[in-house]
Design a protein around this ligand. Structure first.
Ligand code: GRF
Length: 187
């Protein structure tokens, strides 16, 4: 049984999908959810899934609260699943290759500060890309720059809207993110 800390800032559909994946396979890990937004829907999901959850704001991150909590939780893996804040560098330094993020595009394209959620898919459409995808990578002290663990692609047609692109990308996320996490836990 491993300790997995999931961080999400909004909806948390990836966090839910990851928890359900392991439950379906009857693999019991300890999950704990942290969000930086007190009204994030991921808190609702946590309640429904019967998973512990808490809010740690950006201000608290700056005060070292996140570091203290992570230290207490003794995570085997820290998973950023739609977490929009830059992850504190002092935590990154303490957990080499134990913090993973998912980015909804094919890095190094469409990454960096401000490139999240709908902004990424808008840019993919505006740029007339013929494909997009997901990148799962280790977290470094810079946005979207850590070593790539896994990528998967999906085609983008000329008529696709940003919302349609987002849906395709979400499908890839749901399919692959739990499997990559499972593999990392077993390595
Ligand atoms: C995902 O597309 C993820 O790649 C990105 O933020 C989105 C989060 O979606 N970083 P959800 O909160 O898991 O539904």
């Amino acid at each position: 049984m491993k300790n997995i800390v999931l961080l999400a800032s909004g909806s948390g559909s990836n966090a839910e999908n990851i928890i359900k994946y392991f439950r379906k396979k009857k693999i019991s890990h300890n999950f704990h959810i942290i969000t930086n937004k007190k009204d994030a829907f991921v808190l609702e999901r946590a309640k429904n899934l019967n998973v512990s959850a808490e809010v740690i704001t950006k201000k608290q991150n700056d005060e070292g609260v996140l570091l203290d909590r992570i230290t207490e939780l003794k995570p085997d893996l820290i998973v950023l699943a739609g977490y929009l804040l830059l992850f504190p560098a002092e935590i990154v330094a303490l957990y080499p290759n134990k913090i993973v993020n998912i980015h909804p595009a094919l890095l190094p394209k469409f990454g960096g500060k401000g490139m999240y959620g709908g902004f990424v898919h808008d840019a993919v459409v505006a740029n007339k890309e013929t494909e997009t995808g997901i990148t799962i990578h280790f977290v470094s002290e810079h946005y979207d720059e850590g070593a790539v663990i896994f990528q998967a692609k999906t085609p983008v047609s000329e008529t696709d809207t940003a919302l349609e692109v987002a849906n395709k990308v979400h499908e890839l996320e749901y399919e692959h993110f739990p499997k990559v996490i499972e593999k990392l836990l077993n390595d």
